[in-house]
Design a protein. Structure first.
Length: 238
């Protein structure tokens, strides 16, 4: 049988870190609901022997897809595949505004907003918990027009360092990204880029440097994740 996709395309599929278990089935559903491409489903059946109109055969679709591409939706901890622990958590979804904040942080460090990555950020936010403005993870990165939420460093009796309040969301995202990519948090960044899974990233020793320590692991082990809303107005400053 002639290959449906090239070797290079197969390689790209294998490297995708954000493949989710049901995405291929979603594609099949889209195909089924489109009169314009019924010929595709007919051809798919001719080539694979799988009838996409029979839901009970959805497992066969994934099996055939694995044969054609080498991608196994159920593989765990192989070639960087994620364990999908997020399924065991009770997650209180943040607002759309907050979700966009987290997604922008991931995008700027070159990571995808997979469910595991988002779960990690939700748990991190919950572990940090403070109400510093536009600063869900309590970074201390200094930016123009930022103010101090607390005082972690003094010089000549004056506070010169601490968690920051940022004037805008853009400043907060930029400060978070610049902190993550300053070379001290490569374990976290790499874990997110490679979709290692929330529990695995939570083991990074650099979280001790950040100050969160084992807070994320404790949140994840508790099984209930409800990140506080990201503050967007000034609550306090030093």
């Amino acid at each position: 049988m002639k290959k449906l996709i090239s070797e290079s395309e197969i390689s790209k599929i294998k490297k995708m870190n954000s493949i989710e278990e049901g995405w291929f089935s979603d594609i099949i559903d889209t195909i089924k609901n489109s009169d314009a491409i019924k010929a595709i489903t007919k051809k798919f059946k001719e080539l694979t022997g799988v009838d996409v109109d029979k839901k009970e055969e959805s497992g066969e679709i994934e099996k055939k897809f694995k044969e054609l591409t080498g991608v196994d939706f159920d593989e765990k901890e192989e070639s960087g595949e994620v364990t999908k622990d997020y399924k065991s958590y009770k997650i209180g979804d943040p607002s759309n505004e907050d979700i966009k904040f987290y997604e922008k942080v991931l995008d700027k460090i070159g990571a995808s907003p997979t469910k595991e990555n988002m779960t990690f950020l939700f748990a991190w936010r919950q572990a940090e918990g403070a109400k510093s403005t536009h600063n869900p993870f309590n970074t201390t990165y200094s930016k123009p027009n930022s103010t101090l939420w607390n005082c972690l460093k003094k010089k000549d009796g004056k506070c010169v360092g601490g968690v920051r309040n940022y004037k805008t969301e853009t400043d907060g995202i930029d400060a978070t990204v610049k902190t993550l990519t300053n070379g001290r948090y490569d374990c976290i960044v790499s874990g997110l880029k490679n979709n290692k899974g929330a529990k695995e990233i939570a083991k990074c020793s650099s979280l001790n440097t950040w100050g969160t320590r084992d807070g994320i692991s404790r949140v994840l082990n508790g099984g209930k994740i409800k990140p506080p809303e990201i503050s967007r107005s000034l609550v306090k400053k030093v």
